[in-house]
Design a binder for this molecule. Structure first.
Ligand code: GAL
Length: 937
């Protein structure tokens, strides 16, 4: 066994890889509690008959999540010295033991023992007979076995580290064990089969041929009138093709050797034509996400409910494609992709990124000694998943440099399955792939690629070939923390240039592990020697699968129906690739200052085919006197497997009438100071307004850096400039009968740049008007500002906020398309976005007015003469900045309010491009005009 741990060989004793399927042949699920013990080294303890001291561990599961050892997170680094194929002596080794009784009637039959996934390598014994050894964690392994009548003993020894670990350096937690199912399959007569189900868009005919070596095997598709067609023969029939939008599957059976397999067949054709990715003869646009398998309690062991939850959430958010980064998922997930409708890039279990750290020296991809291991992985994926219509491309792996072993994988797969294009991003010249793929390219570069005007390769022939390929952005828009910003700019390019087949946001889910103290843990929380912190929490859904604002933004940006409202008509563009709009109902609604005053349903003029646009007249709306908006929403007309009727797919909004200013500007004649406006003499800050105790406002430039700020130069510049530790000096206070002007200078210790602010307070009918003039002085050119606005605090019993502006979720300059104008209400708690690493969040944009109230109904109304952005929290910006986990955020006795003129955009600089120039916040003279009114019950 120890020899295997120092060899290049992928395995011994295994059966040839074959398709994943289930049949009516008897099977025994060996899941459940197994006996288990963990040893610190590969030597382990001897495998003796006495296992009385062993514990129990569920199979499937990952042992670090059951108190054995600890999880560890690295992105690129190997957590052991690089000396392939050797791994450390300190190699945690799990011994598993399971007894089972052979079901009656099985005796004497051949059987197959199947492991769906074991991380990272294992040897198995049945009744003391060694079956074999295998690496390849996320790939199936089968052994021929001869179980005996009655009681059988299965023993499995799993090592955390193996030569295979060099090929499995994906950016994720290092976790080990038998993490997918183990089954015993009786009498595998029908060994393997390959369903070829093509579709000819010109004729509408499907062509079905099932390859199967079992003598006498026959296929039946009753719905197509095909009965007992001999395997190997082709039949054609008029079919409805399969697509991610219309996942039409035909129930079928394959019978042979006394065994019957239930098939679900999808007819479709994937092609590259004229440098464009097509399915069924039409270009397709991938609105994709990268999906790791993750659950905060079980790691990469997922049950079917979790897989369904992922797919339903994806479909609800207009996601139509998944890249299975960076390994083949549980096979059931792909069956569900067939069913729900999802384009899939199935990626092989391969990443050697850690060799980048040593300049790719000894990279396995280019070392012939690893060739067999590479081919083994590719074959095990392709054979397992070849019958899935959802899989439209094979991906060789991720970030493994380049080399002939990758080329050999591509050549093997192309030969075995010519029906699917091959993807691999790190083939920089696209010499052995069929798709040009990149990650984190800037908007400007993607535009050049869209035009086929990208920078040329040195070799003209290679350049011409690559320039002729379709393009996917296999990773973009790094969804770490608050962000990504700038999704819309990419989507506009994807929709404009046919070469661009779309992209896959990095990534679907935050891999935060449930933790008793931290809520969700990230790298370093388990005392790892090397780790990459919270870089593992970079998903569109939080670890508990609650959608983050980034997902809501994605849903809006990629919506498959575009609705524009103008001049009394709704212009409805169908951006599906195949579907017409008959599955949607279009509802309109007029709201006057956020209150509905009229609504109805729009009649579409007949069928609006994919790619077509319809104009529909809107009815006459009622008279309105205040700011009013019409919203048109496209909703599901009927229940779908992934959402009920009424689910909103897309929307558009337009303002009907600008309406009068929500608050008349100051200077409308002198007024008395309202009773109880008290200013703090030393600071000039408002301390009381009527019954309301408040403190502020004062100038604020700081925000708790987002992950994108932290991992770009911005946050570093901000801290160096002291924006997180500003001092205010009052320059002057001037009082008149109706007004008060306070001038301040705000600056950081050790710096001479400053912001001058003039606060002009005047009396208003029910409160006070404030005009703040802000003037930067000194050198503010070298970095953007995090924010420009005011902060104040209110009593801690303020608990709810109602506002008219954009909502209901947070919005930032480059991530605001999902926020619609309306009237919203939330508790202070609901206004917080629970990023795993606390950071700036929760800002509501374009607020016209907001009311902040205690349960008793007292509080503050703020009206903007100018629109403002609003954040309300139970902790200060400084406390938010200091917090490392959600559980560090503890309410103090005040409610902290920010009223911003603007914030810097979000960008995606945690991995990729930063904030686009148009979303940058530069220091500039600015004015903010607000009206403050105390609220009474
Ligand atoms: C990519 C890589 C992903 C992930 C991402 C950053 O380079 O392919 O696996 O590490 O960067 O989160």
């Amino acid at each position: 066994m120890r020899d295997h741990l120092s060899a290049f060989l992928p395995g011994t004793g295994r059966r040839n890889p074959r398709a994943a399927f289930s049949s009516d042949a008897p099977r025994l699920d060996l899941g459940g509690p197994w006996r288990f013990r963990l040893s610190p080294t590969a030597e382990g303890e001897p495998l003796t008959a006495d296992f009385s001291g062993w514990d129990e561990l569920p199979v499937p599961s990952m042992w670090q999540l059951h108190r054995y050892g600890k999880p560890a997170y690295t992105n690129v680094n190997y957590p052991f010295p690089i000396e392939p194929p050797h791994v450390p002596d300190a190699n945690p080794t799990g011994d598993y033991r399971r007894e089972f009784d052979l079901p009656a009637g099985w005796a004497g039959r051949a059987a197959v023992l199947r492991f769906e996934g074991v991380d990272s390598c294992f040897t198995a014994w049945l009744n003391g007979v060694e079956l074999g050894f295998s690496t390849g964690s996320r790939l199936p392994v089968e052994f021929e076995v001869a179980p005996r009548e009655g009681r059988n003993v299965l023993a499995v020894r799993v090592h955390q580290w193996s030569p295979g670990s060099y090929l499995e350096d994906q950016d994720m937690w290092w976790l080990s064990g038998i993490f997918r199912e183990v089954t015993l399959l009786a009498r595998p007569v029908l060994d393997d089969f390959f369903v070829h189900a093509g579709f000819d868009p010109a004729t509408g005919l499907g062509a079905l041929r099932v390859e199967c070596a079992t003598p006498g095997a026959v296929v039946s598709v009753p719905e197509l009138g095909l009965h007992a067609v001999p395997a190997g023969e082709e039949r054609t029939a008029a079919v409805e093709p399969w697509s991610a939008e219309r996942p039409r599957l035909y129930d079928a059976t394959l019978a042979g050797g006394g065994e019957t397999v239930r098939l679900r067949i999808g007819f479709r054709r994937v092609s590259v034509e004229g440098g464009v990715l097509m399915v069924n003869g039409r270009p397709v646009l991938l609105r994709g996400v990268n999906r790791h398998e993750f659950h905060p309690r079980t790691g990469r062991t997922l049950d079917e409910a979790t897989m369904r939850a992922d797919l339903e959430l994806m479909k609800q958010h207009n996601v139509n494609a998944v890249r299975t980064s960076h390994y083949p998922p549980h096979p059931r997930f792909l069956e569900l992709c067939d069913e729900y409708g999802m384009w899939v890039i199935d990626e092989c279990d391969l990443e050697t990124h850690g060799f980048a750290v040593v300049g790719w020296r000894d990279n396995p991809s280019a070392d012939p000694r690893w060739r067999e291991a590479y081919l083994d992985r590719m074959a095990r994926m392709v054979e397992r998943d070849k019958n899935r219509p959802s899989v439209i491309m094979w991906s060789l792996g991720n970030e493994s440099g380049t080399g002939d072993n990758l080329r050999a994988m591509a050549e093997w797969a192309r030969e075995r399955d010519p029906s699917r294009p091959i993807h691999y991003e790190h083939d920089l010249e696209s010499g052995y792939v069929d798709i040009y793929s990149r990650m984190y390219a800037s908007v400007a570069e993607v535009e050049l690629i869209g035009r086929r005007e990208e920078a040329p390769l040195d070799d003209p022939a290679a350049d011409a070939r690559r320039r002729g390929l379709p393009f996917v952005l296999c990773e973009y828009a790094h969804a770490m923390g608050n962000g990504p910003g700038g999704l819309g700019e990419y989507q506009e390019l994807f929709e404009r240039y046919p070469r661009l087949a779309g992209g896959f946001v990095w990534e679907w889910i935050d891999h935060g592990l449930a933790h008793p103290v931290y809520g969700f843990a990230y790298g370093g929380d388990f005392g790892e020697e090397l780790h990459d912190g919270n870089f593992v929490t970079d998903g569109l859904v939080f670890p508990d699968r609650r959608p983050s604002p980034g997902l809501v933004e994605f849903k809006k940006v990629v919506e498959p129906v575009r609705i524009e409202v103008r001049d009394g008509v709704a212009v409805i563009s169908n951006r599906y690739d195949f579907a017409d709009l008959s599955h949607l109902v279009f509802r309109w609604r007029v709201e006057e200052e956020g209150v509905e005053v009229a609504s109805g349903v729009l009649d579409l003029p007949g069928v609006v085919a994919a790619g077509a646009t319809a104009e529909v007249s809107l009815p006459d709306f009622p008279d309105i006197s205040r700011e009013s908006w019409v919203t048109v929403r496209a909703e599901l007309a009927q229940d779908e497997p992934w959402a009920p009727a009424g689910h909103e797919v897309a929307w558009g909004q337009a303002q009907l009438d600008p309406g009068p200013d929500p608050a008349a500007p100051p200077g409308a004649g002198p007024r008395e100071w309202p009773g109880g406006a008290v200013f703090e003499p030393a600071t000039g800050r408002l301390a009381r307004l009527g019954e309301l105790d408040l403190d502020g406002p004062r100038l604020e430039l700081w925000r708790a850096p987002t992950d994108n700020d932290r991992l770009s130069p911005d946050a570093w510049n901000w801290r160096a400039a002291g924006l997180d530790r500003l001092h205010e000096r009052v320059l002057e206070q001037t009082r008149t009968d109706t007004g008060l002007t306070i001038r301040t200078r705000t600056a950081a210790a050790a710096h001479d740049r400053a912001m001058l602010a003039a606060y002009h307070w005047t009396a208003a009918e029910h409160g006070l008007h404030l005009t703040v003039e802000i003037t930067p002085t000194g050198d503010w050119e070298t970095f953007p500002l995090p924010r420009l606005g005011l902060r104040l605090t209110l009593p801690g019993d303020v608990s709810t906020v109602e506002w008219f502006g954009r909502g209901p979720g947070e919005a930032y300059a480059d991530s605001c398309r999902a926020a619609r104008v309306g009237r919203f209400r939330a508790t202070v708690e609901e206004l917080q976005t629970p990023y795993v690493l606390p950071q700036e969040n929760g800002s509501r944009a374009d607020v016209r007015w907001a009311e902040l109230r205690t349960p008793g109904g007292t509080g503050l109304r703020v009206r903007g003469v100018d629109r403002f952005a609003l954040t309300v929290r139970r902790w200060s910006t400084e406390a938010l900045d200091r917090a490392r986990h959600r559980t560090d955020l503890v309410p103090d006795d005040r409610v902290h309010v920010n009223l911003d003129l603007a914030q810097h955009g979000l960008g995606s600089a945690s991995c990729g491009p930063g904030v686009l120039p148009r979303h940058r916040l530069s220091a500039r003279p600015a004015v903010l005009r607000l009206l403050f009114e105390p609220l009474r019950p």
